[in-house]
Write a protein that binds this ligand. Structure first.
Ligand code: DCP
Ligand code: MG
Length: 351
C-alpha cells in the first residue's frame, strides 16, 4: 500500500500578494486582468470567494458580484520564485515528488522514515514548514493513491489537511459525487445523472461493458475510480525520456500480419500524445514492445530521427520473430532527446 500526499497552496497568487501587502488580507482581493480590457480573474482570496468570485471568471462579472473587489495585476516572476522555494521544501522531505503546476505537487512518502513513517505527520510537518519559511498556507491530502490524495487536499481547504486511510477508502469513495472524479465534467455528470448515477456507489452498479458502451475507453477508468483504484505512479523523472502507447488485446493476436495491422492506430495515438507534450521535444529513436501469451516480452529499439509505417513494421517483425508466439500486448514509442531541466521550462508556461 502506498502513501501519497497531495499539496496545494491556498489561493496561491493572492496569498503571495497578501503576504507582501498585509492591507489586502481582510478585503476581497483578486489577481487578474482589467475589466475594461476584457480581463479575467486568475485567482482571488477567500473573502472574495464568499461573493462567488472564481478563477477564469471575467473581471467585469466578478466586479458585479463583488463591487468592493480590489483587482490587481499578477507578478509571475514573484510567484515562480515562491513556487521554487515551496518545491524545494517538498524535495527536502521526499525525493519522490511530482510537481503539477506552480502551486501543486504529489509526494510519495511510502518509504520515508521520518515521523516513524506516518504520512499524516509528514504532511503536517510540510504544512508547518511551508508557512513558516514562505508565509504561504497549503492544504494537504493524504491517501493510498494520487486520485484520492488530490480530492483529499481540497476537502478541508483552506489551510487544512484530510486523511483517507486504506480502511476508509471504500466508504469514502462510495459516497463521493461522480463530479469529483477526474475527467468527469458537467456534461458527463449530467449524462450519468440521467441514468440515476450521482455517487461512485451508484456508478459501481454499472458493469464494465455498460460503462465502455456509454463512455468508450473512459468507461474502464470510471470503473476503477469508482472503486478507489488508481495505480498511477508519481512521475519523478524531471525530464521525460520516452513516450509510448500500449494496447492489451482482449484475445491474442495469432500472426505477424495481425500485429502489423495495428500499427496505424497505435502510431496515430502516439503522435497525438507526442503533440500534446507540455514542451516541444525532439525524438531520437523508435521502439516497439511485444508481450506474448506466456508473458515473456521483447523491445526492439532503433535510433532514428524519422518515423514511418515501414520502420514500425520492420521493428515489429523483428520482435515477433524473436519469440514467435501469440501476442497479448503491442506498444510503440519514441525515445526523446535530452532536454535541460524540463520542470523549470514548464514554469514558463505561466508567463
Ligand atoms: N490560475 C490561473 N488561472 C486559472 C486557475 C489558476 O491563473 N484559471 C493560477 C492562479 C492560482 C494558481 O494558478 O493562484 C493555482 O491554482 P489553483 O487552482 O490551485 O487555485 P488557488 O491556489 O488560487 O486556490 P485554491 O485555494 O482553491 O487552491
Ligand atoms: Mg491552489
Amino acid at each position: 500500500m502506498r502513501k501519497i500526499i497531495h499539496c496545494d497552496c491556498d489561493c496561491f497568487f493572492a496569498a503571495v500578494e497578501m503576504r507582501d501587502n498585509p492591507e489586502y488580507t481582510d478585503i476581497p482581493l483578486a489577481i487578474g486582468g482589467r475589466a475594461d480590457r476584457r480581463g479575467v480573474i486568475a485567482t482571488c482570496n477567500y473573502p472574495a470567494r464568499a461573493y462567488g468570485v472564481r478563477s477564469a471568471m471575467a473581471t467585469a462579472h466578478a466586479l458585479k458580484l463583488c463591487p468592493a473587489l480590489t483587482v490587481i495585476p499578477g507578478r509571475m516572476e514573484k510567484y515562480r520564485h515562491v513556487s521554487a522555494q515551496i518545491m524545494a521544501i517538498y524535495r527536502d522531505v521526499s525525493s519522490c515528488i511530482e510537481p503539477l503546476s506552480l502551486d501543486e505537487a504529489y509526494l510519495d512518502v511510502t518509504d520515508s522514515k521520518e515521523h516513524q513513517g506516518s504520512a499524516t505527520r509528514i504532511a503536517q510537518m510540510l504544512r508547518e514548514r511551508v508557512v513558516n519559511e514562505t508565509g504561504i498556507t497549503i492544504s494537504a491530502g493524504v491517501a493510498p493513491n494520487k486520485f484520492l490524495a488530490k480530492i483529499a487536499s481540497d476537502w478541508n481547504k483552506p489551510n487544512g489537511i484530510f486523511v483517507i486511510t486504506p480502511s476508509e477508502v471504500d466508504r469514502f469513495v462510495q459516497a463521493l459525487p461522480v463530479g469529483k472524479l477526474f475527467g468527469v465534467g458537467r456534461k458527463t455528470a449530467e449524462k450519468l445523472k440521467s441514468i440515476n448515477v450521482q455517487t461512485c456507489g451508484d456508478l459501481r452498479e454499472l458493469s464494465i461493458a455498460q460503462l465502455t458502451e456509454s463512455f468508450g475507453r473512459f468507461g474502464q477508468r470510471l470503473y476503477e475510480l469508482s472503486r478507489g483504484i488508481d495505480e498511477r505512479e508519481i512521475i519523478t523523472d524531471r525530464v521525460r525520456k520516452s513516450i509510448s502507447v500500449e494496447h492489451t488485446f482482449a484475445s491474442d493476436l495469432l500472426s505477424l500480419d495481425e500485429c502489423l495491422s495495428h500499427i496505424p492506430a497505435l502510431s496515430d495515438e502516439l503522435l497525438q500524445r507526442f503533440g500534446k507534450l507540455k514542451q516541444q521535444r525532439s525524438m531520437q529513436g523508435l521502439f516497439v514492445k511485444l508481450k506474448f501469451n506466456d508473458f515473456s516480452q521483447t523491445t526492439i529499439e532503433h535510433r532514428s530521427l524519422i518515423h514511418n509505417e515501414e520502420l514500425w513494421s520492420a521493428l515489429m517483425s523483428q520482435g515477433y520473430q524473436r519469440v514467435n508466439k501469440p501476442v497479448r500486448l503491442l506498444g510503440v514509442g519514441f525515445r526523446l532527446k535530452d532536454q535541460e531541466d524540463e520542470s523549470l521550462q514548464q514554469l514558463d508556461l505561466w508567463s
